[in-house]
Design a protein around this ligand. Structure first.
Ligand code: WTA
Length: 637
């Protein structure tokens, strides 16, 4: 049986949802039948959340790129797969049809093979948002190599940690990249990283910025030269590697509440079905529509909803190299107009930042092509929701507020565009196959409506993570050990009287800064590496544009220079250790941190102070030194 990828009415949603909960295996099987498999599964699902062990479509054989490329060639070969908009609007944009993308992926897949890559090898990708990034990702999948994309804003140290964690053999990068008026010296950063990475045998370097870079004989090769070799050899086709449904597709590192980022692992079959289905359904994608997701492929949003999801559905996906505000604050809107974008998927932080330029920027821009809007990454405040709805959607475009995570692979709670009645600030209702529950502080599931709790999922879905790379126990303890038989998301949530879900934000020590996940422990570790710092505590505070800002309380008795200089040194240290995205927005020097007698930092108090709410700090009597609180209150920034 085959179920349609798209639901066509709210009534149908309710029916399909019900079926998907009562007969999940039958439901997902009927969705999976919409894809191209070399061999179908022996069993739809095998699972337990205790170990955890999750296997979807066991015994099935496939290659995700056959679904994203080969199967479209006949009908869509000359239709655009990728529309690429460069950072500089003066530079030519590029159009890659499905046929061209297919050809380029095959050729680069052969380049990877020529350079020693095999099925199962881990390949790190650190690239700007150019079509070659999508090509590199798909070429890895083509040959069954596991990609680990690292966002261009991470430092050499972060790249090295990720390369070493996965023992990557190869890295694909570019000489440099452009974001706004900032050139990014990608290859230089890679060279710094590679000092610490013994497993890397080969670096493939794309020419993008033509900045001078060092090229080491025997290790570094140019992308273009390698393609040339393939052409000379006439080695242009690359048959897809036949993969098991549960073979690893990629690793993507993400921050948690403790320690170093963990490598979330997604597998071929389930991820393909889940991203394809949720893309087609939630956005109600119609053939020929132009879809623009403003994320970077370095994050899960780009993996699932710039690359794999849209391409498996034969969509036209826009890739933008730059930033929303350069060279003018109207850049996004120019892109919408230029490509006649029908679906625009962006983040609340971008919306708020564009709102802040004022509505004059919107004058003369043409939004008439837009049909559907989407939001992701953090809770969207009502003001931003209404602005997006009225000023950009002209009151006629449904907004899909998609709640999901790196770990979930794809949308979990989200409206279906034009079908689910929306409410500002609400991700609305679970998509078919998703069974959310709210759990109270005692670990009991709270039933009924008009309730809140910690958001968990009680049944597997095909796009969920399978493990954290090299450390399955960490996967178990992080997601499956807090509540028995439930996947714990780390988010707080309320379910209103209508059964609608509203995500209220993280309940763990993870910050959401401009829609990027940042672990407070990670930032503290980075700050503590500064030679004059004794200890530190990092919390979030409400930030108008970023959603949350990073507030650091730092004990630094022997500053080298004045406070301002010491702050800059600390910021520089964090940029070196993690990357510019984790820089504290505020640094307050304190003589000590509020700790309990057992030495635990009372973050609750620091959070309140950072939020500027010092009226009621709660019980401070258990503190080792209550006086320190007054000092911190007085010095608050
Ligand atoms: C938050 C990004 C509210 C949430 C896809 C989650 C959201 C974390 C929403 C995952 C939303 C994402 N409404 N909060 N629509 N979407 N979040 O792994 O806290 O980078 O746990 O995945 O972002 O961030 P990640």
């Amino acid at each position: 049986m085959k179920t349609s990828m798209k639901i066509s009415s709210f009534e149908e949603y309710k029916q399909v949802y019900q079926q998907s909960v009562e007969h999940p295996e039958q439901f997902w099987e009927s969705i999976a039948n919409n894809f191209l498999w070399r061999k179908k599964w022996d069993k739809v699902l095998d699972w337990n959340f205790k170990d955890p062990s999750i296997k979807w479509f066991q015994g099935a054989k496939l290659n995700i790129t056959e679904n994203c490329l080969d199967r479209h060639l006949e009908a869509l070969g000359d239709k655009p797969a990728i529309l690429w908009e460069p950072n500089d609007p003066q530079e030519h944009h590029r159009v890659l049809t499905y046929q061209q993308l297919y050809d380029k992926v095959c050729q680069f897949a052969n380049v990877l093979k020529n350079n020693g890559a095999k099925k199962g090898d881990r390949i790190c990708i650190y690239m700007p948002m150019v079509p070659e990034l999508a090509i590199a990702v798909l070429a890895c999948a083509r040959i069954g190599a596991v990609h680990s994309v690292v966002f261009g804003g991470f430092s050499a140290q972060s790249i090295a940690d990720r390369i070493n964690d996965a023992a990557c053999k190869l890295i694909i990068t570019a000489d440099g990249g452009f974001r706004g008026n900032k050139p990014i010296p990608l290859k230089n950063i890679i060279d710094d990283a590679l000092v610490q990475c013994p497993t890397i045998e080969r670096v493939i370097v794309l020419t993008r910025s033509r900045t001078p870079v060092s090229m080491i004989k025997g290790r570094d090769v140019w992308w273009e030269d390698e393609i040339q070799k393939i052409e000379t050899q006439g080695n242009l086709e690359c048959p897809p590697e036949v993969m098991d449904a549960e073979d690893m597709l990629f690793i993507l590192y993400t921050s948690g509440s403790t320690g170093k980022p963990k490598g979330v692992v997604h597998t071929c079959g389930g991820y393909m079905v889940y991203t394809g289905y949720t893309f087609a359904n939630a956005f109600q994608y119609e053939p020929g529509e132009v879809y623009f997701c403003t994320a970077d492929i370095g994050w899960i949003t780009g993996h699932s909803y710039i690359a794999y999801g849209p391409l498996s559905q034969g969509a036209t996906t826009v890739m933008f190299e730059g930033i929303p505000s350069w060279p003018t604050p109207g850049r996004f809107w120019d892109i919408v107009e230029k490509y006649e974008v029908n679906i625009l998927y962006t983040a609340p932080t971008a919306i708020r930042s564009l709102m802040s330029f004022g509505d004059d920027v919107l004058k003369g821009k043409n939004f008439s092509s837009l049909r559907k809007l989407g939001s992701v990454g953090e809770p969207i405040n009502e003001e931003a929701w209404h602005w997006f709805d009225e000023k950009i959607g002209m009151g006629k475009c449904p907004i899909v507020d998609t709640w999901w995570q790196t770990e979930t692979g794809g949308f979990m709670i989200s409206p279906i565009a034009g079908i689910t009645p929306t409410k500002p600030g609400y991700a609305t209702l679970p998509l078919p196959g998703v069974q959310p529950v709210l759990v109270d502080e005692n670990g009991n599931i709270v039933e009924g409506n008009g309730v809140s709790g910690n958001l968990c999922i009680r049944f597997p879905w095909p796009g969920m993570l399978r493990t954290t790379y090299g450390d399955h126990e960490r996967c178990r303890t992080t997601y499956f050990a807090t509540y028995e038989n439930l996947y714990f998301t780390g988010d707080g949530c309320l379910r209103d009287e209508d059964g609608y879900y509203r995500i209220t934000g993280r309940v763990d020590d993870v910050l959401n800064v401009s829609g990027h996940r940042i672990g407070t422990a990670e930032v503290e570790n980075a700050i503590n590496m500064h030679s004059s710092v004794v200890e530190s505590a990092v919390v979030g505070y409400p930030h108008d544009i970023k959603g949350q800002g990073v507030y650091a309380f730092v004990v630094c008795p022997n500053k080298h220079g004045d406070d301002e200089l010491a702050r800059k040194d600390i910021i520089m240290t964090v940029s070196r250790i993690i990357g510019a995205i984790a820089k504290p927005d505020k640094i307050q020097f304190v003589s000590g941190l509020p700790k309990t007698r057992s030495g635990k930092i009372m973050r609750r108090i620091l959070r309140k102070i950072a939020e500027g709410d010092t009226s009621n700090l709660g019980d401070t009597s258990t503190l080792l030194d209550p006086a320190v609180v007054d000092e911190i209150k007085e010095g608050a920034l």
